[in-house]
Design a protein. Sequence first.
Length: 352
Amino acid sequence: MLDTIFEKVDNLNPNNDIVALKKAANILKNNGLVAFPTETVYGLGANALEEEAVKKIYIAKGRPSDNPLIVHIADKKDIYPLVDSVPKNALILMEKFWPGALTIILKKSSIIPKTTSGGLDTVAVRIPNNKIALSLIKECGFPLAAPSANTSTKPSPTIASHVYNDLKGKIDMVIDGGSCDFGIESTVVEVCENNITILRPGSITKEMLDNVVDNVTIDKSILNYNTNILAKSPGMKYKHYAPLGDIFIIDGNIDNIVSYISNCLENDKKNNIKSIVIASDETINNYSSFDTLSIGSRKNLELIAKNLFKTLRECDNLNINKIYIESFLEEGIGLAVMNRLKKAANYKIIRV
Ligand code: AMP
Ligand code: MG
C-alpha cells in the first residue's frame, strides 16, 4: 500500500507550484506513478520508455495488458524518436490539432516497449493542451504513458478526487489541477498512408478532421451497435466507463422517452428499487416526482460531454441500482457522448 501524495497545482501558472511539479517529476524519474490533469480527463502517468514503470499502470488500474497506452509528449519534434516515420497526413493533423485532444497512431520505433503499446507494433501519441501536463512532461524530459486515471471499467476521472477515490494507496501521487475542460477522452485516429480511421470518437469530430484531410472514415466497431438492440448483453469484455448501477439508454421520440422513463421510475418505486433518471435541461421538469440528475442542455453537447462521467460517478455516490438516461443525437461530439454511454450501459438501449 502506497502513501499517495495529493497536491494542488495552479493550472494557469504551474510554475507557482514548481516544488510540487519537481516532486512529481522525481517520482516519475524513479519509475513511479503520478496522476495529472489534461484537457480531456485525468491521466495516470509513467515513463513511457521504461517497461518497469509502465507495468505499474496496468496493475494500478487493473487494465488488461493488451490495451495499449497513449504516449504524451510536450513538443511536436518529440514524436520523431517514438515512431518509424511521420506521414504527410499525420503532420497536417499535428499542425492543426496539437496541442489538443487528438491522438495519432503510427508505426512505433524500437524505443517504445511492447508493454506501452500493448504488444502492438504501433504507438498512440498526443500533446495535451494543459499547462500542468506540459510542464510535468518537460520537467521529466521523457514522454509519459498516461491512460485515464481510473480503475478499469469505471467512468474516467474529470476531477482529482475521482482519481483519489479510485487509486488511493495504489499510486504515488495525484496532482489536483481542477476540473478537465472537455471531460471526455481524446479522439483516436490511425494514420495509414492516405487513410485516416477514427478508432475512438472524441471532442475533435470527424467534421473537424474532414476540413483539413481527405479519406477520414469511422471504424465500423463504433457504429456497429447502433441498431435496435434489446438488452442482449454482448459480454463483459465491452464493459467500460460503467457506474455500479445498471444503465439503460432510452432512444426515440422525446415525448415517448419521457413517458417510458416515468413509467419505469414509477414501477421501480413500487418495487423499492433505487433508480434515477439522468435528464436534460429540456426534460427534467417532467420527472419532478422522481430522483433526477441533470446533465445539461441538449443544445450544448460539449457541456453534456463534460458532465457525463461526473454524473455517472454521482450515481455511485447515491447508491443507485438503475439509471435511465435519454439518448443524444449522434452528430459531432454527440457521437463521442453516445459511444461512451453505450459502453457504460453495456449496450442496453431501449427504443421507444
Ligand atoms: P485511455 O488512455 O484509457 O483513454 O485509452 C487509450 C485508448 O487508445 C484505448 O482505447 C486504446 O485501445 C487506444 N490505443 C492506444 N494505443 C493504440 C494503438 N497502438 N492501436 C490502437 N489503439 C490504441
Ligand atoms: Mg480509459
